[in-house]
Design a protein around this ligand. Structure first.
Ligand SMILES: Nc1ncnc2c1ncn2[C@@H]1O[C@H](COP(=O)(O)OP(=O)(O)OP(=O)(O)O)[C@@H](O)[C@H]1O
Ligand SMILES: [Mg+2]
Length: 285
């Protein structure tokens, strides 16, 4: 379901109270019974029931009869809580157009002090297991692993951006709330969709950024032509949730894979032959 800023704006105080309480109780319940919500919010069952009807209509919660009557939070509700918090702090004033959807995220433009990007991490039930394998560690707290895994993924990405900015050319990290990373909007295009004026110089520029990240102790671990953005002769490395510490036992192997992917792209698309051993010593030397 697309994220609706209108629905978030329409939320009333008691809607938010029920939504926040539902989020909190998801640690203990797979499905939160109405009476538990009523007790936790201090509102009567009638009022809570009315609020839940609205949340169901907005697609922010789910009702299930089996195994027992109860309510649970869904991604749209989690999105709403994050957006509400970010707008309350003044970080985000408006949600802009949809930019793209990846395997594990939905990206929107937004407006704050400047043009922003809001990346909503979405580690769903399906991608949870693969994310776990790919990233080595994923929390599995409570009954809703997707909720914690998505927030964890956003936290990882935000941490990488904070470590790297401004030494490495990455989006400026602005804020993180729950599973949402707010960062600056990078102008330009994804490398796979454009042709740099001087491909050889662009490859050098990318390797230089990989080297700077390496010096700060970070290996991207998902580097490809889809995670590099180009603006004129500048490049930016994006999409960092799976990054790895240089000290990690697999870091050498992963760095090699990152470089192989980029070199292969430049070889196939622009006929540039750049030996892997040379790229490796450029980055680590
Ligand atoms: N800071 C940014 N500025 C401009 N566009 C961005 C920015 N971050 C992401 N995008 C756009 O959103 C798209 C998806 O973002 P990103 O690569 O970070 O996640 P993803 O592709 O969902 O992750 P995955 O690789 O797991 O599928 C990018 O291809 C790019 O077009
Ligand atoms: Mg990507």
């Amino acid at each position: 379901m697309p994220i609706s800023a209108e629905a978030v704006r329409d939320l009333q105080e008691n809607d938010l109270l029920v939504l926040h309480t539902l989020e909190r109780l998801m640690k203990r319940y797979q499905w939160v019974p109405l009476e538990v919500l009523a007790r936790a919010t201090g509102k009567g069952e009638k009022e809570v029931s009315y609020r839940l009807t609205r949340l169901l209509r907005f697609g922010m919660a789910k009702y299930e009869k089996v195994p027992y009557d109860g309510y649970s939070l869904v991604f749209t509700g989690f999105d709403a809580l994050a957006l509400h918090a970010l707008s309350g702090k003044g970080t985000v004033n408006a949600l802009g157009p949809f930019i793209g959807e990846g395997k594990e995220s939905i990206v929107y433009e937004g407006l704050g002090l400047g043009r922003l990007v809001l990346k909503f991490h979405r580690i769903g039930q399906r991608s949870f297991q693969s994310a776990r394998v790919k990233r080595g560690y994923m929390p599995e707290e409570g009954h809703v692993p997707w909720l914690f895994a998505s927030a964890f993924s956003a936290e990882r990405e935000f941490l990488a951006l904070t470590k790297l900015h401004p030494r490495v050319s990455v989006p400026v990290p602005i804020e993180r709330n729950r599973h949402v990373v707010v960062m600056s909007l990078i102008p330009g295009e994804i490398l796979s969709r454009c042709t740099p004026g001087d491909p050889g110089a662009m490859l050098d520029a990318i390797l230089l950024q990989v080297r700077e990240a390496y010096r700060l102790g970070v290996v991207h671990a998902d580097l490809s032509e889809f995670n590099v953005m180009i603006d004129g002769d500048r490049c930016f490395l994006i999409d960092w949730p799976q990054w790895m510490e240089v000290s990690h036992q697999n870091a050498g192997e992963i760095l090699e894979r990152d470089l192989r992917v980029i070199l292969l792209y430049f070889a196939r698309k622009f006929g540039i032959e750049y030996p892997l051993s040379r790229a490796l010593s450029e980055v680590t030397g």
